[in-house]
Structures are given as C-alpha cells and as structure tokens.
Design a protein around this ligand. Structure first.
Ligand SMILES: Nc1ncnc2c1ncn2[C@@H]1O[C@H](COP(=O)(O)OP(=O)(O)O)[C@@H](O)[C@H]1O
Ligand SMILES: [Mg+2]
Length: 173
C-alpha cells in the first residue's frame, strides 16, 4: 500500500513542527527518516499513524484520504523508540497483544494468532522463551530485542523510527 504525505503542516500551539512536508512511500519500500533532534520525525510518524491530526495537508493510503480515519482504521504498526513490554504478560502474550485486541471481525482465530507470534519469535531468535516474562529475559536477549528495534549504527536519540503497514504475510524482498 502506497503512503502519500501531501503538503502537511503541523502546529503545536502555533509552533510549526512540520512545514509543508510531502513524501511518497511506495508499496513495500523501506524508508528511514533522518534528521536532528526536534526536526519533526516523530511528529510525521504520529501523523501517519493517526495519533496526531495535521493542521493542513493530507495523508493518503493508496487513493484513500486517510486524514479523517481513526488510529484503529489505519491499522498501522508502530514500534516506539523506547519500547514498552507489558510486565504482567509473557513474551508470547506481549507479541500477540496487537492481534488479540483487534475487533472480532478482523481478529484471526486464536490458533492463527499463536502461530504468527511464534513465527515472529523465531524471526528474532527468541524461540523457546515465549513463556518467560519480560524481566526474565537476559541482558543479551534484551540487547537482541533492542538491536532488532532500531538501526545498529545510529545513536538511541537519532534512531529512525519505522512505521510499516503490517503485512498480512511475509513477502519476499
Ligand atoms: N505535543 C507537542 N506539543 C508541543 N510541541 C511539540 C509537541 N510534540 C513535538 N513538539 C515540538 O515539535 C518539534 C518536533 O518534534 P519531534 O517530532 O518530536 O522531533 P524529532 O522526533 O525529529 O526529534 C520539536 O520542536 C518539539 O519540541
Ligand atoms: Mg523523535
């Protein structure tokens, strides 16, 4: 799905955080937003996800104007810079959470949710730890998690955050 940011302006109390930003992201394209602290990277990602509304301009998903859509309707996956795990849930429950809280009409069956969560755990080489709680991950395993959640060569502050349309199934590169 193509994402198009068209002439977006975002003000916070008259302060312009984004000034006339336009950006085309093609379907399947992996992009990184780089810029100094305070340049508006997070604001742009929050606008695409629907966590903020633009002061001016529009955001399109394909041909659809997404500007008026809610966070739920946009169905955007968002990995926060300071990731948060639910302490009272196992690793598997944490990973399954996003699918479990979907409305019934778009929620996969329980077995399918489990299968996809296990597949993701395998992808980040944490298979076998699904029953552990977050505080039971070793330093190394947490490091692996962090390494996976942001580019290796950037500092924490400058790390580009990624917003990806959650793919229905893994597709070849
Ligand atoms: N909720 C907010 N209220 C007021 N100002 C904000 C708010 N969020 C961000 N800003 C300001 O908007 C600018 C861009 O912030 P941000 O998008 O977080 O930058 P970046 O992610 O590139 O570091 C900064 O000057 C920041 O202080
Ligand atoms: Mg930021």
């Amino acid at each position: 799905m193509e994402v198009r940011v068209a002439n977006v302006r975002k003000e916070f109390d008259r302060f312009p955080a984004l000034h006339d930003v336009s950006l085309d992201i093609r379907s399947g394209e992996l992009i990184a937003l780089l810029g100094p602290s305070g340049s508006g990277k997070t604001t742009l990602l929050r606008l695409i996800a629907g966590l903020e509304m633009p002061t001016r301009g529009k955001i399109f998903f394909g041909d659809t104007d997404a500007s008026e859509k809610t966070v739920q309707e946009r169905n955007i996956g968002f990995v926060f810079q300071h990731y948060a795990l639910f302490r009272h849930m196992t690793i598997l429950e944490n990973i399954s959470f996003g699918l479990k809280v979907r409305p019934r009409s778009s929620r996969p069956p329980a077995g399918e949710i489990r299968r996809r969560a296990m597949e993701l755990l395998d992808l980040v080489q944490l298979s076998g730890l699904e029953k552990r709680y977050p505080n039971q991950l070793s330093g190394g395993q947490r490091q692996l998690r962090r390494a996976r959640s942001r580019p290796r060569h950037r500092t924490r502050r400058a790390a580009a955050r990624r917003t990806l349309r959650r793919p229905r199934r893994p597709s070849p590169p």
